[in-house]
Every structure is written in C-alpha cells, then in structure tokens.
Design a binder for this molecule. Structure first.
Ligand code: SER
Length: 589
C-alpha cells in the first residue's frame, strides 16, 4: 500500500467521527524556543491543548511532518529515522478515553487489517503525579483485549510529553503490533527491544501541564493527543521487514542504486543514511532552514555532509544529491506542496552545500591523516585539533568521530566540547544580536535604523516575495544589515522600489505604536517576527501605520519622519539562499 492511501484513509476515518482536517505545520516550530524542530503532531497544537480556542473546532486530525535529531548517528540501522510523518487526531476538551480507544482500534482492525491477537497495549502504572490508569485497561478489556495483552508501565514508558521543556503532557496508552514470534525471555513485553513488538500508535490523555520548575498541574481541559508513525504503520500493513522496504523509500533507494551502480543489499547502511538524511534535508530546506554553523542550520549541514560521505563510500562521484532530492520532491509534493513550490531553492541549497563539502573534504581528510600520523602511540585524538577540523574544514564532530573510529581511534570529546562551548557563546551573543538588533547600543541612530529595518522587512515581503523571512539583522551606529531568504539577486528595479517604499513611509510620518500582547494575539494581528517567547508571556508588537506589524523588543522612533530618508548601499549574497542588504538613514538630498 502506498503512503497516500494510508494518509487519506486515516483522515477519512476521523472525518467520519466529525474531525476537521488541519494542514501540516512547518518543521520550524513557531512558538517553542526550547526545540529546533517540530517533533510531534501535537507540537503546533500546544496553545490549543492549553485551552485556547482552535478555529477549526474541538476535534482535529492531520498528517504532520516531524524531525527528531537525537539519534542521527543511529540512522543506518533498520528503524531509526530523522524525518518521519505522524498521523494524528485530537480532542481539545471534547471526547476522552472512551471514544479515543475504540476509534483507534476500529482503524487498526478495520482499514489496516490487523487481527486482535496481533496487538498489545500499555497503560500507565501510576506514580505521585497521576494515578494508575485502570480505566484505560478496562476499556481495552471491554473491547476484547486479553489480560496478557495489556501491560502497565511507569513514567519512562507510559507518559508522553511535554514536547519541549514545558507544556501539556499526560499518561498514554501505546498500541503495539506483535509479530507473533516467541517472547525473548520472561520479561519480554512491549517495552522490550527484541523486535517482537513495534509501537504503531500512541494515545496520550493530556490532562497535565509541566511548568519550568518541573511541577505538574491539571490542565483546564482534558485533551486527547494521538500519533501514529506513518512509516511504521506502512511497514506493518505491507508486511515488510523495515521502514526502508516500504513504498515510501523504494524510489529513493532505486535512484541511489542508479547513481552508484550498486544494489541496496551491497551496503544497506549507506543507502539508508543517504535516503533518510536527504529526505529530512529536502523537507528542512523547503521550510526555510539554511546550512549554518549553529542551531537548526548545523543539523541540516550535518545531515547533508553525512549523506555526502556515504555517497562517496558508494563510489558516487561528482555532485548528485539534488537528483535524489528530485525523487523526494516528486513523490511527496501532492501531500506537501511546499516541496514543489521550493524545488529550485532545495536543489541549489543542497548542491551548494555538497560542493562546499567536496572541496573541504579532501583538505580536511589530509589534515585528519596528518593528525593521526602525529599521534604517536596515543589512541585518543587531541580535542584541540579536532576542533580545528570543525572550525576550518566544517567537519561535524560526529563525522570526525566516525572517521576516527574507522581507524581505531577515539576523540577527546571533553576538550572538543570546551572549544565548542566558547565558540557557541560567541555565536549566541551574535544570535542575541540578531534578534535584538544590536540594542545594546540604543543610541538615536541605532533606534532609527531599527525602525528602518522593520520598514525594509515589510517592503521586501510586499515587493520581492511574500515568503521572505528575516535570517539575521545587525545594526551599528552607521548602518543596518538585514539578511533574508531568497535564492536570487534582488534586481535593481526591486531595490529602487524598496527604497521608494521605505521613503514613502518616512514621508508619511507614520506613527510607531507599541502594544503588549500574547503570542497568539500577535499572530492573530498578523505580526511577523520571532515567536520565541514562553506561552502566556507577553511580547511587544510594534505597528508602523498600516505598513508593518512586527514582534520586537524595541526601542523604536515614535514617528517614521525621524528617519529623514533611507538609502540602500549594497545588496549581496550572505550564504546559499540568503541575501543581505546594507542600508543607511539620514538626509540625502
Ligand atoms: N504526542 C504523542 C507522540 O508523539 C502522540 O501524538 O507520540
């Protein structure tokens, strides 16, 4: 069975139970600064699980793209994936366990064709935060589940969330496919990793909120949050051994076979790494992630570079990653149109990063060999030098570790981490600068430039592309510097229009108004900017006439006339897919 058939059947099942379908949200969480990527279907729904009204109602369903990056180095085995899709349904203070459990079972034994005796389920064993979930077990019994198919576990196994460090969470019931092989030992059960049990669905009964102090308090409403891994479900339905044997991966693997002239069976690890990492990279780039030295951009860089290394291991020479991406774009665009809409940017970003890596890889490998030669008898590579590989040659530490292990060496991780921490602190200072726009120096000039930046940002979205997002901003007393996503030059004509747009706003002497509101109110007002505050915490939203609404710490001028005039000095490339504009304010005629 193809993925799209399963997606549609799932959505239809829940539509028949009066659920509204919602769109998959971006992989970049809009409202959770504690994680880099959307890691679960419920992630974008956090405000609504906390009690805010959802415009589509109290019963929702969707398929959501997710990325989890905790186990990148495990990818290559039979089951780990960085990118995956989650089919999910939600009750926002509507139905609860008595409806949720039978509806899941109906889909599993109905459309998915799983027999009752092929299932095993779990329930929360209870602790100081929440009682033992006998209700869930009795619902399962009433539906025909035998006692020896029902397992009770503690918090580690049967409590889900929050998705970040704080937020909604609760006990869950996990549903497993039991492949029928004998138990591997007396304690074998769904939490055992012998392979007998595959988790396919997780129904979370979200009744609690975990706060920053680690305290659990009951939520205003009782919610249900369920998530079924699409890849695993397809594996079960198609009776295949691994997720890589499902129709989702077949065409990607076929493309890698064509490029390498090798068969999947020749080196399953390399094929899996390339397929998984390029699938994740393709989706991340479509959502605006750009390879970088920090944060989400660093994860993307790691994925592309690790995939590139395995492409070389398969003997694929030259630059071919975009060809693999093309297969992913082709197969996924009906479900995720953002892929075909961003196809060009995806190709260019992947190709640029691949080329960049090829050119440094050779030099870096030479440096690495030299390091090894200078090692003497020690089998632990010096962290200082390993950091140089990271810093100068862009070798992700995980790559150096893999290379070292292949040659029987280890890496002095503590020393590397010391260097890395220093590097991170400097970058963090830069990042704060990005978001606060250099407000440490809140002189009259920088205040003006700050307001000018908002006008420029609004102008870019109006004149050049509505998809433009801020990628960085730096303001000195002399000039503003603004980075944004765009995979081409801004034309001279557009630059002239931009200047005119900002100068018109200056001439109109528009009032700059600051209001405090919650993130959701800001979003409802159409504000742009970095949605990185904690839930409930108020943010400042600056409106400039009806030209710009943006979340920002300020300060700003009170009227745009104070800027006097605006001039663009330079437009250039800042990184793959990122352009940079430098501009000044003042009187120019
Ligand atoms: N949030 C739960 C999970 O990710 C169920 O959707 O497993």
């Amino acid at each position: 069975m193809e993925a799209q058939e399963l997606r549609e059947a799932f959505i239809n099942h829940f539509k028949s139970k009066n659920h509204a379908q919602i769109r998959s949200a971006s992989l970049i969480p809009e409202n959770d600064p504690t994680v880099l990527f959307t890691t679960a279907g419920m992630h974008p729904l956090v405000p609504y699980l906390l009690g805010q009204k959802h415009p589509a109602g109290t019963r929702l369903c969707d398929f959501q793209k997710c990325v989890r990056t905790g186990d990148i180095d495990e990818v290559g085995d039979a089951s780990h994936l960085t990118f995956f899709e989650m089919l999910g349904n939600w009750s926002l203070g509507d139905y609860f366990k008595r409806e949720s459990i039978p509806w899941s079972l109906e889909f599993l034994t109905g459309f998915m064709g799983i027999r009752m005796d092929q299932l095993a389920v779990t329930a929360f064993a209870g602790d100081e935060n929440a009682p033992r979930d006998e209700e869930t077990a009795s619902i399962w019994r009433s539906l025909g589940m035998k006692d020896d198919q029902i397992f009770f576990y503690g918090k580690e196994d049967n409590w889900w969330g929050p998705a970040g460090q704080t937020g909604p969470c609760g006990p869950d019931t996990e549903i497993f496919f039991d492949d029928g092989r004998p138990k591997c030992g007396p304690s074998c059960g769904p939490s055992c990793h012998c392979g007998k049990y595959t988790e396919i669905w997780n129904n979370v009964f979200m009744e609690y909120n975990k706060d920053a102090d680690g305290k659990f308090t009951p939520l205003k409403q009782k919610n249900v949050d369920t998530g079924m891994g699409l890849e695993r479900a397809l594996r079960v339905i198609n009776h295949v051994e691994t997720v890589y044997d499902t129709p989702l991966f077949k065409p990607i693997i076929a493309k890698i076979e064509e490029l390498s002239g090798k068969k999947y069976e020749d080196d399953v690890k390399a094929f899996r790494v390339i397929a998984d990492h390029l699938r994740a990279s393709t989706f991340l780039i479509a959502d605006g992630v750009v390879p970088a030295r920090m944060g989400g951009g660093y994860i993307l860089r790691r994925l592309i570079r690790r995939a590139s290394r395995y492409m070389s291991a398969l003997g694929i020479e030259g630059v071919h990653m975009a060809e693999v991406s093309d297969v992913i774009i082709r197969d996924y665009s009906s479900a995720y149109p953002e892929l075909s809409e961003n196809a060009e940017n995806i190709r260019t970003t992947i190709t640029n990063e691949e080329q960049k890596f090829h050119s440094t890889l050779k030099k870096g490998l030479r440096k690495f060999d030299q390091m090894v030669a200078e090692q003497g008898d020690s089998k632990v590579l010096n962290g200082d030098k390993v950091f140089q590989l990271f810093d100068t040659f862009g070798f992700p530490i995980e790559l150096t570790k893999e290379l070292a292990e292949e040659r029987g060496y280890q890496v002095d991780i503590d020393e590397f981490n010391n260097h890395f921490k220093q590097h991170q602190e400097t970058s963090r200072a830069d990042t704060n600068q990005v978001f606060k726009g250099g407000l440490a120096d809140a002189s009259v000039e920088t205040t003006k430039l700050h307001t000018a930046t908002h006008l420029l940002n609004a102008g870019l979205r109006k004149i050049v592309s509505a998809d433009i997002r801020q990628k960085g901003s730096n303001i000195t007393a002399e000039r503003l510097r603004f980075d944004f996503n765009l995979d081409r030059k801004v034309t001279d004509e557009e630059l002239a229009q931009l200047e005119k747009f900002v100068n018109d706003a200056i001439k109109a002497d528009l009032p700059v108004v600051c209001e405090e509101m919650t993130l959701d109110e800001a979003r409802a007002k159409g504000a742009i900017g970095v949605f990185d505050s904690k839930y409930g915490e108020k943010v400042k939203v600056y409106s400039i006439g009806d030209v710009s609404v943006e979340i920002c710490g300020g300060p700003h001028v009170q009227h745009t006339g104070e800027l006097q005039g605006f001039k663009i000095q330079k437009e250039q490339s800042a990184a793959a897919g990122v352009r940079r504009i430098k501009a000044v304010v003042g009187k120019f005629d």
